[in-house]
Design a protein around this ligand. Structure first.
Ligand SMILES: [Zn+2]
Length: 470
């Protein structure tokens, strides 16, 4: 009995392995298929509708890892060969719409919004069924939208989009097929500010590659720039009444959160990004006002430089922190800042994010293999003292000298805790003071500081680099 069971198990493993590995050349051409669609709804109710299918340049992603094995993101795009029903490509991702769904406005159920979105995958040789699955409250993917696409259809847009913007390869480590290809575009940089854009790219990518694990894996990355120019300098600040005409439409106060920088001009962003091969999108905004954003497999944004009276490393921190979100699907580990979200993580459900956990089974933590034997779980740290400083902090206006002083005290407390800490399960993470855990007292995803990524975050980043490059 035992050996038969083993045989069946082995056979099952082979079938799964056979399913996972799709021969690229059998199913795909060298090009990229881009599908634009509209995503409409409320928090509980959503619809997708097709906009336009495009053929774009060379597929920049892996030709080996086509089916997603990482199980990250709120959405999963799946591409099936129509004739055989075989899954030939899948990828997890998040969107601005998905974040908006956790706000008061969306939860009210009376306000519908529509956002424009894009999925990209290798250009199929044969007719496909495109499926978008959405996680339900139990975090299971539910097929929500499907569309048949004929690769030879005359409705596929083959237009050459000849935009006036120059492109440059800033970091070249070889063929896009085996590298993580980042495109960096500036928003709110005028024609005269292209020199500043290049300097900003140099400075902030140096910060990224100064942090582990990016520093050891620099050879796995390519960086290309699109020198897109904006008519006006700076980006929109709706709460101050400052509206600026920019190429990519980036704005502060996104989802009504002052420091959240996003753009909803998805079509423009995608058209411009497609001037170069890219896996990951980064939008640098030409503003010294604190802000940024990062959405998994969507894009990251960061402010640049520093305003008077602000420490000069704030943007260094933000640039790398946001890339942690957009590249590796890392969650915010902090819980003391105000955010726009009402119910970001469903109660009693383990989040998919690799670096936070509900610790539903303390005997078997999510990152059990990284925990030093003998470390108590949950793991004590100076939480009571940290939280009481947090209460005082909130009585001061952001960025006043008092506020900054208390922030520094909190930072010292974290640094002390971190220097003694083992990987464990520390309570307070994912915007929640209780019931959610992180793996270290401090991490680049926790405090506003140049603290390194914790070991759990580093492993998640390494896995993602491996997925693109191996
Ligand atoms: Zn971390």
């Amino acid at each position: 009995m035992k050996s038969t069971g083993l045989c069946i198990l082995l056979l099952a493993a082979l079938v799964v392995a056979g399913q996972a590995k799709v021969d690229y050349d059998t199913w795909f051409t060298d090009k990229t298929m881009r599908v634009d669609y509209y995503h409409t709804g409320t928090a509980r109710n959503e619809f997708f509708s097709l906009d336009q299918v495009y053929q774009e340049g060379e597929w920049p992603g892996s030709r080996v890892n086509l089916a997603d094995t990482l199980n990250l993101g709120k959405y999963l795009v799946k591409v099936f060969d129509e004739a055989t029903g075989r899954l030939v490509y899948s990828r997890g991702y998040c969107t601005v719409f998905g974040e908006w769904q956790t706000t008061v406005e969306a939860l009210s159920g009376s306000v519908y919004r529509t956002m424009h979105e894009t999925v990209r995958f290798p250009f199929p040789k044969y007719p496909i069924k495109l499926v978008i699955a959405v996680r339900n409250r139990q975090n299971e993917f539910i097929d929500t939208f499907s569309a048949g696409i004929e690769p030879g259809s005359r409705s596929i847009n083959l237009e050459k989009r000849d935009l006036p913007w120059k492109t440059e390869q800033y970091l070249d480590n070889g063929s896009p097929k085996k590298k993580v290809d980042i495109v960096i575009m500036g928003d709110g940089y005028t024609h005269k500010e292209m020199g500043k854009f290049r300097q900003d790219v140099k400075h902030y990518t140096e910060q990224l590659f100064n942090s582990q694990p990016f520093s050891s894996r620099k050879n796995d990355f390519n960086i290309r720039l699109v020198l897109v120019e904006s008519a006006e300098s700076g980006i929109d600040e709706p709460h101050l009444g400052n509206w600026r005409q920019t190429a990519l439409g980036a704005s502060y106060n996104s989802l009504d959160s002052p420091r959240y920088v996003l753009t909803l001009a998805n079509k423009e962003v995608r058209d411009i990004a497609a001037l170069v091969p890219y896996d990951q999108l980064y939008i640098l905004v030409n503003s010294t006002r604190y802000g940024g954003g990062g959405i998994f497999n969507w894009y990251a944004t960061s402010f640049t430089g520093h305003a008077e009276g602000q420490p000069d490393w704030w943007a260094d921190y933000v640039f790398t922190h946001e890339f942690g979100h957009s590249f590796a699907g890392l969650a915010d580990e902090y819980y003391t800042s105000d955010t726009a979200y009402e119910e970001f993580y469903a109660e009693g459900i383990e989040p998919w994010d690799p670096n936070i956990t509900r610790l539903l089974n303390p005997a078997q933590p999510k990152w059990a293999d990284l925990i030093t034997p003998g470390t108590p779980v949950p793991t004590p740290w100076g939480k009571a003292a940290y939280d009481s400083l947090g209460v005082t902090l909130r009585s001061w206006q952001r960025e006043t000298p008092e506020y900054i002083m208390i922030e520094q005290q909190m930072q010292r407390l974290l640094a002390d805790a971190n220097s003694l800490a083992q990987t464990g399960c520390y309570e307070g993470a994912g915007y929640m003071a209780t019931g959610m855990f992180r793996s270290a007292p401090d991490c680049r995803m926790f405090s506003k500081s140049l603290t390194p990524f914790c070991l759990v975050c580093q492993r998640a980043i390494n896995r993602m680099i491996d997925f693109y490059t191996r």
